[in-house]
Design a protein around this ligand. Structure first.
Ligand SMILES: Nc1nc2c(c(=O)[nH]1)N=C([C@H](O)[C@H](O)COP(=O)(O)OP(=O)(O)OP(=O)(O)O)CN2
Length: 141
């Protein structure tokens, strides 16, 4: 089995609605994402000979997903009042609304699903919220 890994980082703010503790407040992280893909066989011809996929494509696509979140305030749907969202947008702040609580666990599945949808044979996605703590999402295929 061959396995490739690429990484991307993004800086963004979030908060955990309903959390008892400091993470209920808006705070920032440098999120670090690692995505692994795997396959039994390599390409046998042409430009891609001897490769699982081109690292250039893999890193570009993960970076594009990370860039969508970069320097935004990520919030879960329904956890900010409409007038708060409106006021922040009027101030020119970039917001990202997600349908899930923005935890490391949920973001690991987010990146797993997004990269899978792009056609990559993803085996795991790992999201570090802090240098010491990460969540990993994988599926048994
Ligand atoms: N299982 C999870 N637990 C927590 C998550 C999470 O996504 N999954 N997230 C948080 C908070 O967002 C928080 O920012 C991270 O908490 P913490 O480890 O306390 O991070 P700090 O960098 O603030 O740690 P210090 O040691 O206090 O500097 C909480 N839990």
């Amino acid at each position: 089995m061959y396995q490739l890994r690429t990484v991307a980082d993004f800086d963004s703010a979030h908060f955990l609605s309903g959390y008892q503790g400091k993470c209920a407040n808006i705070h920032g992280h440098r999120w670090h994402v690692e995505v692994e893909i795997q396959a039994e066989h390599l390409e046998s011809e042409g430009q891609m000979r001897g490769m699982l996929v081109d690292f250039g494509d893999l890193k570009r696509d993960l970076k594009a997903l990370a860039d969508e979140l970069d320097h935004t305030l990520i919030y879960e749907s329904g956890t900010l009042r409409a007038k708060t969202v409106e006021a922040l947008l009027e101030e020119g702040f970039r917001l990202t609304e997600v349908t899930f609580r923005p935890t490391a666990e949920n973001f690991s599945k987010y990146f797993f699903d997004k990269m899978s949808k792009l056609g990559y044979p993803v085996s795991s996605a790992t999201v570090y919220e802090t240098p010491n703590n990460c969540a990993v999402y994988r599926e048994n295929k």
